[in-house]
Design a protein around this ligand. Structure first.
Ligand code: ZN
Length: 89
């Protein structure tokens, strides 16, 4: 899998797993240029499908709760990985 580009030095140094650990509050340091990297606050919106799956699964359709949560997490990770970009922190 391709590594992700550092927004400071443009070198491909970050893995997808490292990106999943990031939040607007938690940052990583680039191993090449030592620049701090984060994700934008709008990345929180990627979690909306997961929140909806919790609500829908527990209130509307409890018999399918487990499946709906898994679907919510998969959609969350898909949006996060494809539409949330690393930024300079
Ligand atoms: Zn860098």
């Amino acid at each position: 899998m391709d590594k992700l580009k550092c927004p400071h030095c443009e070198r491909r140094v970050f893995s997808t797993k490292q990106k999943l650990k990031l939040s607007p509050v938690f940052r990583l340091k680039c191993p090449e240029c030592k620049g701090l990297v984060s994700v934008p606050y709008t990345s929180i919106l990627a979690g909306i499908p997961f929140i909806l799956s919790l609500y829908y699964g527990s209130i509307v359709s409890p018999e399918l709760w487990g499946i709906q949560i898994i679907v919510g997490v998969v959609i969350w990770f898909y949006i996060y990985n494809n539409h949330v970009h690393l930024i300079k922190a």
